[in-house]
Design a protein around this ligand. Structure first.
Ligand code: PA5
Ligand code: NI
Length: 186
C-alpha cells in the first residue's frame, strides 16, 4: 500500500500553511470602513495598510455538507485610536455550525457574542484551543506587539454572515486601557 507525503503542512510556530491551492483574503484599512469605533483615527491610517490576511485550504466546494475547511488568520499589530486591530467578525450563515480556533503565535482575544447580544472573550495565547458554540458570532483581536496568528477548522457548509455584524456590530469592543486589553460595552 502506498504511503505518500502530506499534501499540506502547517508550521506550528507561525501558522504558515503550505501546499497546493492555499488561498486567502487580505483585509486592508480600505476594506474595513465602519468596523472600528474611532472614525477620526481610522481616517488617519493609510488605506492600503494590511490589517489581517488568511491562508486557507478548501478541499470541497463552499456549501458542501459534511466537509471541513482549514486555515490560518494573521492579524497585524496595531490600533485604531485605542481599539486593537481585529477581524470583521461574523455569525455563520448556517448559524448552528460550530468552529474551532487554536493559537500559533502572539497574543489576542476571541470575542464571542450570542444571539441575545451577550458578549464575552477568551484570551488567546500559543496553544490555546477554543470551541466556538453554535449561534455565536466570533471576532479575533491582536492585543500584542507582534503578528498574532491562529488556526481555524470549520464545516464547509457554515458560510459567513457578515451583514448582521455590519448592521449592529458586537455589543463590546476590545480596547487598550492603561496598556492592557479591556472589553468595553459598545
Ligand atoms: O472561519 C473563520 O471564522 C475564520 O477563518 C475567519 O473567517 C477569519 O479569521 C477572518 O475573519 P472574518 O471572516 O470575520 O473577516
Ligand atoms: Ni467562523
Amino acid at each position: 500500500m502506498k504511503i505518500s507525503a502530506p499534501k499540506f503542512m502547517t508550521d506550528w510556530k507561525t501558522g504558515v500553511v503550505t501546499g497546493p491551492e492555499v488561498q486567502g483574503v487580505e483585509r486592508r484599512v480600505r476594506d474595513l470602513d465602519g468596523v472600528f469605533a474611532d472614525e477620526g483615527a481610522f481616517s488617519q491610517l493609510r488605506p492600503d495598510r494590511l490589517v489581517y490576511r488568511t491562508a486557507c485550504v478548501f478541499p470541497v466546494p463552499e456549501g458542501t455538507e459534511g466537509g471541513v475547511f482549514w486555515g490560518t488568520t494573521f492579524i497585524e499589530p496595531g490600533t485604531v485610536g485605542a481599539e486593537y486591530f481585529m477581524t470583521k467578525g461574523h455569525f455563520h450563515a448556517k448559524a448552528d455550525r460550530m468552529e474551532s480556533y487554536f493559537t500559533f503565535a502572539g497574543t489576542g482575544l476571541l470575542v464571542l457574542m450570542d444571539t441575545a447580544r451577550n458578549c464575552w472573550a477568551e484570551e488567546m495565547t500559543p496553544g490555546s484551543t477554543h470551541l466556538i458554540p453554535p449561534y455565536t458570532a466570533h471576532r479575533t483581536v491582536n492585543t500584542g506587539d507582534d503578528v498574532f496568528s491562529f488556526g481555524a477548522c470549520w464545516p464547509s457548509d457554515a458560510g459567513h454572515d457578515y451583514d448582521s455584524i455590519a448592521e449592529s456590530g458586537f455589543s463590546a469592543r476590545a480596547m487598550r486601557v492603561d496598556g492592557s486589553p479591556v472589553l468595553v460595552p459598545a
